[in-house]
Design a protein around this ligand. Structure first.
Ligand code: FES
Length: 182
């Protein structure tokens, strides 16, 4: 450490460039906490890795977990009430939301919101083609999945998750459109 040229040994001597530099920039070196380039790179790699793993976890969780938005569980029909190809209209999740339950086969029921995803006209079940037709602009949806088959609708018809219990059918939340057929 330089004495600043004031001690007996240094008097009269020209300060070295390092001593001169330290006089110009008087930093307390011992108390300084250095972050080396290597430490900083390690920190970046660790934080990037943690972020990547975190994102991967949520992507995998979303892919594996069946998605159903919350909604009340409401009884909408009994198992024997509808013939095959029959339709029952109901309201779900609120009284302002028209919906339809369709019996596609002996043990196969599906339910959808009844508003077309184009401009909200009510859709109707076309039993011959197993599709849902919108009369306003000829939009068509697959009655098994709600997928758009033709016309201007921009999105699938929202499906309603169903639950069967003791011979009764319940609406149990809005299902995502890519969920497995019910
Ligand atoms: S409102 Fe259904 S196709 Fe336009």
């Amino acid at each position: 450490m330089s004495c600043g040229g004031n001690c007996e040994n240094c008097k009269g001597k020209e300060p070295t460039p390092e001593e001169k530099w330290r006089e110009d920039f008087p930093v307390e070196w011992a108390a300084d906490n250095y972050v080396t380039r290597r430490d900083f790179t390690r920190f970046l790699i660790l934080t990037s890795g943690a972020t990547f793993l975190g994102n991967g976890y949520f992507v995998a969780k979303n892919a594996l977990t069946p998605r159903a938005e919350s909604g009340p569980t409401v009884k909408i029909a009994t198992l024997t009430e509808l013939p095959i190809g029959g339709v029952k209209l109901f309201r779900y999740p609120t009284e302002a939301d028209p919906a339809m339950l369709i019996r596609l086969a002996e043990n196969r029921f599906v339910a959808f919101r009844q508003r077309c995803t184009h401009l909200s006209c009510p859709v109707h079940f076309n039993v011959e083609k197993t599709q849902l037709d919108c009369p306003c602009h000829n939009g068509t949806f697959d009655a098994r999945t709600g997928r758009v088959l033709g016309g201007p609708p921009p999105r699938p018809l929202p499906r309603i998750a169903l639950k069967l219990e003791n011979g009764e059918i319940f609406a149990a939340g809005l299902a995502s459109s890519d969920e497995a057929e019910g």
